[in-house]
Design a protein around this ligand. Structure first.
Ligand code: SAM
Length: 246
């Protein structure tokens, strides 16, 4: 069944799939460490903006790793934020965290407010229009202080065979489709939501166009290989991770 993005994430059965998750993955730890190293010359990361926080899965880990003074976490879904507020109390990080309901593309009122911005677990997959994804990257750039760091993940066009073939086929029509080659319905629990899958090149281009520098993009497969491990992309998502500085 087709469903619109916000309505999808408001559903109780969809929220239930997210609230069981509380840990931080190895590739997220890599991005956290990388951001700390990048900002270390300038100082401490004290103020953090988290886009698409859902029920707050990453917030506990973020609070532990960075020990920040302030986290501002937002999500498009009212019900996700309600659940997130409950979790913040359980984790005792409600004192340092403010939550906001809103679309990331409208978060453009602040300037130079945060040392770190996160867009984790592929929130951008659910933003099918390029102009909206660019707006979210530009908002992230605007709210970061000079030398502030952006980290995040997106879905990758290259992964399990069916997905890779699907996008390779669409790529044959790139003259007509342009960047829309990456559009594909996503979702779970029987729902189809309009989605977007990036290529490494497309992601670097969008980050550059939004003003970022020192852009690093790796697939999970590449990251594992860098550390001497093998990643079976036939079974995993093989997301792209990105780290970039203002
Ligand atoms: C897969 S969940 C990830 C949740 C959490 N960040 C995590 O890592 O587990 C994606 C989240 O992005 C939110 N989202 C989708 N589109 C959004 C948008 N345009 N602005 C803000 N949040 C959005 C959804 O409501 C959902 O909570």
């Amino acid at each position: 069944m087709k469903i619109e993005n916000k309505n999808f994430w408001e559903r109780e059965d969809i929220i239930a799939t997210q609230e069981v998750l509380t840990s931080i993955s190895d590739f997220e730890h890599f991005m956290f460490e990388n951001s700390l190293k990048r900002y270390d010359k300038k100082g401490k990361i004290n103020r953090i903006k988290v886009f698409g926080c859902g029920t707050g899965r990453e917030l506990k880990g973020i609070a532990t790793v960075y020990a920040p003074n302030k986290i501002v976490a937002s999500d498009i879904s009212d019900n996700m934020i309600e659940k997130c507020n409950e979790n913040l109390k359980v984790w005792s990080i409600d004192g340092i965290t403010t939550t906001i309901v809103g679309d990331a593309k409208d978060f453009d009122k602040l300037v130079n407010e945060f040392e770190l911005v996160t867009i984790l677990n592929s929130m951008l997959t659910y933003v099918p229009l390029r102009k909206d994804r660019l707006k979210i990257f530009k908002n992230s750039h605007q709210i970061l202080v000079e030398e502030g760091v952006l980290i995040g993940t997106v879905h990758n066009q290259i992964g399990v065979l069916a997905k890779t073939v699907y996008f390779k086929m669409r790529g044959l029509f790139s003259v007509f489709l342009g960047e829309k080659v990456g559009n594909r319905d996503t979702g779970f629990k029987g729902f189809k939501v309009p989605g977007y899958y990036y290529t490494k090149r497309g992601l670097v281009r969008d980050l550059k166009e939004s003003g970022f520098r020192d852009i690093e993009v790796y697939s999970i497969e590449e990251l594992y290989a860098m550390n001497g491990h093998r990643y079976n992309r036939k079974r995993g998502y093989n997301n792209l991770i990105f780290i970039a500085s203002k």
